[in-house]
Ligand binder design. Structure first.
Ligand SMILES: Nc1nc2c(ncn2[C@@H]2O[C@H](COP(=O)(O)OP(=O)(O)OP(=O)(O)O)[C@@H](O)[C@H]2O)c(=O)[nH]1
Ligand SMILES: [Mg+2]
Length: 366
């Protein structure tokens, strides 16, 4: 068995190693961010291949160091337990509370210097984050398979950029920015906006998609996460499992929940208010005390921004049905913060009633 001094030295060394490794991971995450936002990343050709391989190298290094960090943390826990055992065995009766002190100072000047350096770097990172947040808005969209994530992104952008279909699934992370080409929006964002599409989580059909999405939620830099529920399929096991992951890994104040496809509700028998209440109740179980949940029809929101002459037959039929629905039956604006703007375009009234204008206000005006 090792002596108390040996154990304390080891604990100090592991802590120093952990600080450095964590720092390194943060630096490489920042590199990854730069790589993904490099203009070359969007171009075709040899340079893109090069930057893609840099991205891969960066991701591999982050994953490798993350594994080392896990191992070090385990080693640290074991050493701390051993130190506690050592004390119980050898110091019975002694008033030795000092023996347990794990202040960094005790592990020598080196640790103190390292800690000071890390603190200075943390402060720089905090300042940079503030600067970034003043000029940039990053939004991740997540949810289960076919909830309408890609459709909502297209509705926000005003163009069919994100791949969306009943069958073909989003399998990779997708990035959409309003620079250089602006989005077509009802409310003009004042910041540079990046919207990040993620694969839908479905345990049975595509277990690997959850890993891609989890990785994005834990490594991407973001200000908001929109979690989309599918009104056609509420309360599924996939949603429960994904909500659990999100509750544990995403800061709660960054979350906005959307109930999509409300246009599929049965006007005579379904109640949007009741569905929203039920969802809020469910979210309480995941630790959200005052969850924001907003209803929307992403597909109608998208079509409102597209020229009607480009509609397919099915889209034209859907548009006609939804126009009647939002004319007579539904006005989703009552579920959004009040908005007193004066309407000028005919479709703006529909945009208000189907949720997209309210969502843009929440995202782009704050
Ligand atoms: N009725 C209706 N259908 C919608 C709405 N939003 C999306 N859809 C349809 O739902 C299907 C799935 O939409 P996607 O946007 O591809 O869904 P997703 O969440 O991106 O799907 P994955 O990437 O595969 O997980 C498509 O057929 C869409 O047209 C909506 O508001 N109302
Ligand atoms: Mg998709």
């Amino acid at each position: 068995m090792r002596t108390k001094d040996e154990l304390q030295r080891e604990i100090g060394e592991i802590r120093a190693e952990l600080l450095l490794k964590n720092r390194y991971v943060k630096v490489r995450q920042a590199d990854l961010y730069d790589i993904r936002h490099s203009p070359i990343f969007k171009q075709e050709g040899a340079n893109r291949q090069k930057i893609k391989s840099q991205q891969h190298e960066c991701e591999t290094e982050i994953a490798f160091h993350q594994k080392l960090i896990d191992e070090l943390e385990l080693k640290l826990a074991k050493a701390i337990i051993e130190l506690a055992d050592e004390k119980t065995t050898n110091n019975v009766g002694e008033n030795s509370s000092e023996n347990f002190s794990e202040k960094p100072n005790q592990n020598g000047e080196k640790i103190a210097r390292l800690t000071a350096r890390i603190q200075a770097q943390e402060e720089t990172i905090a300042k940079l984050t503030q600067l970034r947040q003043a000029t940039e808005l990053r939004i991740i969209i997540t949810g289960t398979m076919s909830a309408g994530k890609s459709t909502l992104i297209n509705a926000l952008i005003g163009e069919k950029q994100a791949e969306s279909a009943a069958e073909a699934l989003t399998a990779e992370i997708g990035y959409f920015t309003n620079n250089p080409k602006p989005f077509k929006t009802w409310i003009t964002p004042t910041k540079l906006v990046t919207i990040i599409d993620t694969p839908g989580v479905n345990a049975a059909l595509n277990p690997e998609h959850a890993a891609v999405t989890h990785n994005a939620l834990s490594t991407e830099i973001y200000d908001k996460v929109i979690y989309i529920f599918n009104a056609d399929k509420l309360g599924t096991e996939d949603d429960m499992a994904h909500l659990e992951y999100v509750a544990e890994n995403v800061p709660k104040d960054k979350l906005i929940f959307m109930l999509n496809k409300v246009d599929n509700f049965d006007v005579d028998n379904d109640s949007i208010t009741e569905s929203l209440q039920k969802l809020r109740q469910d979210l309480l179980k995941f630790g959200y005390t005052e969850p924001q949940v907003f209803p929307i029809s992403a597909k109608f929101s998208l079509l409102l921004k597209l020229p009607q002459e480009t509609f397919s037959k099915m889209e034209q039929r859907y548009f006609t049905r939804c126009s009647a629905l939002f004319d007579d039956d539904y006005d989703l604006s009552e579920f959004y913060p009040a908005d007193s703007r004066i309407l000028s375009e005919p479709n703006e009234n529909f945009a208000r009633k189907c949720g997209i204008l309210g969502l843009e206000k929440i995202l782009f005006e704050s």
